[in-house]
Design a protein around this ligand. Sequence first.
Ligand code: AMP
Length: 278
Amino acid sequence: MLVHRTIADFRAWRAAWSGSVGLVPTMGYLHEGHLSLVRASKRDCAITVATIFVNPTQFAPTEDLSTYPRDEARDLDLLKAERVDAVLIPTADEIYPDGYATYVEVEGLTARLEGASRPTHFRGVTTVVMKLLQIMRPQRAYFGQKDAQQLAVVRRMVHDLNVPVEIIGQPIVREPDGLAMSSRNVYLTPEQRQAALVLSRCVRMAEQWFTDGVRDATAIRDEMHAMIAEEPLAEVDYVSLADAETLQEIDHIEAPALASLAVRFGSTRLIDNTTLTP
Ligand code: AMP
């Protein structure tokens, strides 16, 4: 497995390959969720490349950029064990050198949900993803359904900007007790870790009610709010039941709908979601 730290090095290596390339962008501190993306790429593509980059432009000044968990040696061992072909680990200066002035902004979709709570977040995400697509020129790029809005925004961007890449979404990987895997789970105290199960309970409730025939979106949202209110360590950020494509809140489920929520436990903010398809 080759580890590149500069764009020039990566490009020189990439120039030798004409077969299909799959890209797995990550911020590191890898877990089974990330590795499921790697495995999907290995299955589909001749060459799999990963990136580890804690992208400063997607963090607000008040967020956890400086404390975001990192363990490069462990990440490299995990990627090597999956037989990843190459990894790009750039510095922030490599991606955003002096004088950097260009940003990609997707309108509309980014105003809601995560974007409402984190107004500058998606501008950072789309900018870095666009740059990685330009640098790595993959045929396919893999993203987790865990970040459902990110996936929708990236799909919108590559469609709107005619980027020749197939965006592939992969299911959420969970801990045995249901908590969606996240690099941020390490921030939780044991009590918060237990309380955080409310997220997956809400998701399972939404799925169960939907399976039982409930199509009243307001009733499902209300029940999610009530479940979070019962958990003393949990503070709701948002609860949503929205059209899966436009992310507009809905009253009735008639087309694929995204049930999603963001909840704080102390200073740690976790998200979860499920898609309900009639
Ligand atoms: P991150 O390192 O958190 O930026 O995540 C990198 C990629 O891994 C994103 O496409 C995430 O959606 C995906 N990912 C993170 N956690 C999970 C999970 N539990 N299941 C599936 N994909 C995930």
